[in-house]
Design a protein around this ligand. Structure first.
Ligand code: CA
Length: 226
C-alpha cells in the first residue's frame, strides 16, 4: 500500500488525516513544520505528500520548490486561502493538486487515488514528442526548442505534453483542467490561460515561432507553424 506523508502544523488536522488515511489502508507518516516535512519527504521516500501551505520554518511553497529539485512525487497542497494567485503559485512550484480548507475527506481521498494512479501511469515512460523544433523527453522531463534547453515547471511540462499529444486538435479548457490538473478545478479555467501565457513566453515569444494557438470559444491547440 502507498506511503503518504502529511505535513501539517495543526495537530488536530494532522491527526484526523492520519486516522482517515490509515483507515483506508495507507501507511502514514506525519511532520509538523516545513523543515521536518522536507526532510521526511526526502529521506522517507513517500509515494505522495499532503502539504499544508502555511507552515512554521519553511512554507509549503518553499518545501515544494526544494522538493522538486530532486523529486517528482505527487504533492497535494492544503490551504485556508481561496485565492487563484496562491493556487497558481503552489502549482507553479510543482504541486499536482490543491485543496482549500475546510474540505470533505472523501474528496481528498478521491484526489489521492487520482494522483497515485497518474503516477503509476506516467512513472516509467520513455516516450518522446517532437513537433517542428520542439522536442519533449517525457522520462527525463527535458524540453528543447531548436536544440536549446527550455526550463519548464512540472505543470507547464504536463500541459505542453498533453497539447503536443493532441497536436492539431482543439482542446477545451475544461479538458485541460481535467487531464492536466487531474480533476475539475472548480471553474478556475483562468489557471489554464495563465499557464498558456507562461508557455508562450518560454517558447513562442522566445524563439519567434507559433505553436500555441487560441481557438475561440473552445480553448487551445498545439500546431507548429514557422
Ligand atoms: Ca498551517
Amino acid at each position: 500500500m502507498a506511503k503518504i506523508l502529511i505535513v501539517e502544523d495543526e495537530k488536530k488536522i494532522a491527526r484526523f488525516l492520519e486516522l482517515e488515511l490509515k483507515h483506508e489502508g495507507y501507511e502514514v507518516i506525519c511532520a509538523y513544520d516545513g523543515r521536518e516535512g522536507l526532510d521526511a519527504a526526502l529521506s522517507g521516500k513517500p509515494d505522495l505528500l499532503i502539504l499544508d501551505l502555511m507552515l512554521p520554518l519553511l512554507s509549503g511553497i518553499e518545501v515544494c520548490r526544494r522538493l522538486r529539485q530532486t523529486s517528482d512525487m505527487p504533492v497535494i497542497m492544503l490551504t485556508a486561502k481561496d485565492d487563484v494567485s496562491d493556487k497558481v503559485m503552489g502549482l507553479d512550484m510543482g504541486a499536482d493538486d490543491y485543496m482549500t480548507k475546510p474540505f470533505a475527506i472523501e474528496e481528498l481521498l478521491a484526489r489521492i487515488r487520482v494522483a497515485l494512479k497518474k503516477r503509476r501511469l506516467t512513472g516509467k515512460t520513455h516516450e518522446t514528442l517532437t513537433e517542428g523544433p520542439v522536442h519533449m523527453d517525457l522520462s527525463s522531463y527535458g524540453v528543447t526548442c531548436a536544440g536549446n534547453e527550455v526550463n519548464l515547471t512540472k505543470k507547464e511540462f504536463d500541459l505542453l505534453a498533453y497539447l503536443m499529444r493532441h497536436t492539431g486538435e482543439a482542446v477545451s479548457r475544461d479538458e485541460l483542467l481535467n487531464e492536466v490538473w487531474g480533476y475539475e478545478f472548480a471553474g478556475d479555467t483562468n489557471v489554464v490561460d495563465v499557464y498558456i501565457r507562461y508557455l508562450r513566453n518560454k517558447l513562442d515569444e522566445k524563439y519567434s515561432i507559433k505553436t500555441l494557438h487560441t481557438i475561440r470559444a473552445v480553448g487551445y491547440m498545439f500546431k507548429y507553424e514557422e
